[in-house]
Ligand binder design. Structure first.
Ligand SMILES: Cc1ncc(COP(=O)(O)O)c(C=O)c1O
Length: 397
């Protein structure tokens, strides 16, 4: 089998990369290490690059729509990797999962209706609720004895019972923190959602990133009734590092819900699919499995490296043990800094550019999100910088 290279550093500085290229505009130090936006610093599989190149060489980029081979590539991936065979008719392409979540909020709720999200969670979830003038119901995650996020089902039930929640936007696997929800956890969610008549948007964009012992469990096939009340959001974008191509595949098994979703899509004019991204997605799902398997080993080793480094060198900073994803959740509260001081310390002293934990909502204070989707040497450098900066900080206090 071919061995893929995740070690080479690819310079993205003079590109359009949000993560790397806008340090002046965003007022961060030029020498800070970008470890924030959730894309990876790896080149996509060769077949994906070739598919994009072939589309470019053909050179005609007219309005496009998926052929049977596109649908089959996506469906086969879902079947093979996730044990669920969705029907072709259930699938709607959108330019992204975030926009699909907003469309679902508009399609399935009215202004003022209650929509639940967990906290902390990927911050655009909150925007999709609030900016669409819906009522936000926050279900805070607990931290279990093992240091991982746990769902507060008692509070969830209470919130469903008292706050007329219509829709629940579930992040599965969870960003940040990398929890891959177990079958039991998902079944409890399903039980409550069916009991209180709550529709679920399951954002499964990270579903391919799981570590050994923590399989991703597809939400929809767990329960036939729930399948009819679910909107399943998937994409090749995180898995194959093609987020900039803008394409996601949304599955809505229920015809009535699908038509409502499509109606909002039509209102927005978002229904044209980018032909280059379709070619990339098709190639990724057809040829990318070996690349992904090796990537998962690499990411897990990156996670282990950071976790062990912190344990051995900086016990006052802890990393939540991860079941999957490439987005680590670091707890800096042991440093005793305010959030402003922490941001300033990391950016200007340690020269590390991570996501401020507070943007992910309740529970985010004292935390930062670290992107592990980069060559190991970048993380080694980042950890050494962090250690040096903490030593200097401690010697001054
Ligand atoms: C949970 C989650 N959903 C959605 C997205 C973004 O999806 P898209 O780029 O398809 O809008 C991200 C990106 O980090 C994410 O972590």
């Amino acid at each position: 089998m071919k061995t893929y290279d995740f070690d080479t550093i690819i310079d993205r500085t003079n590109t359009t990369s949000i993560k790397h290229a806008f340090k002046d505009e965003l007022q961060v130090p030029h020498d800070s290490v970008p470890l924030w936006v959730a894309d990876m610093d790896f080149r996509s599989p060769r077949e994906v690059c070739e598919a994009v190149k072939a589309a470019g060489e053909f050179g005609v980029f007219g309005y496009s729509k998926g052929h049977e081979d596109y649908y089959q590539a996506v469906i086969q991936w879902m079947k093979k990797r996730h044990g669920w065979t969705p029907e072709k008719e259930w699938m709607i392409c959108t330019p992204g999962v975030v926009c699909a979540i907003s469309i679902a909020v508009q399609a399935f709720t009215e202004k003022g209706d209650s929509v639940m999200i967990m906290q902390p969670v990927y911050h655009p979830f909150k925007n999709a609720v609030i900016r669409n003038h819906r009522r936000l119901v926050e279900n805070p995650l607990l931290i279990g004895e093992d240091g991982r996020f746990q769902i507060d089902f008692t509070q969830m039930e209470e919130q469903f019972r008292t706050q007329q929640v219509k829709l629940f936007v579930l992040c599965t696997p969870h960003n940040p923190g990398g929890r891959v929800w177990t079958r039991e956890e998902l079944e409890k969610i399903i039980d409550l959602c069916l009991r209180y008549n709550v529709l679920v948007v399951a954002d499964e964009i990270h579903h391919d990133f799981t570590f050994p012992g923590h399989p991703h469990i597809e939400f929809a096939p767990l329960n036939k009734e729930m399948e009819q009340r679910s909107i399943i959001c998937t994409a090749p974008s995180k898995t194959f590092n093609i987020a900039g191509l803008g394409l996601s595949n949304i599955f809505i098994p229920n015809k009535e819900l699908r038509e409502k979703f499509q109606e909002i899509m039509d209102c927005t004019g978002l229904d044209v699919v980018n032909l280059v991204s379709m070619e990339a997605c098709k190639a990724a799902y057809t040829y990318g499995e070996d690349w992904l398997e090796q990537l998962l080993v690499y990411i897990k080793q990156n996670a282990d490296y950071v976790q062990n480094f912190l344990k051995e060198n900086l016990p006052q900073i802890t990393m939540m043990p991860m079941d999957g994803t490439y987005l680590a959740w670091l707890d800096f509260s042991g440093l005793g800094l305010s959030q402003d001081q922490l941001n300033d310390f990391l950016l200007n002293k340690a020269k590390l550019w991570m996501n401020d934990g507070e943007i992910f909502g309740t529970g985010g204070t004292g935390h930062m999100r670290l992107n592990l989707g980069c060559p190991r040497s970048v993380l080694v450098q980042a950890m050494e910088q962090l250690k040096d900066a903490v030593c200097i900080q401690m010697s001054h206090s």
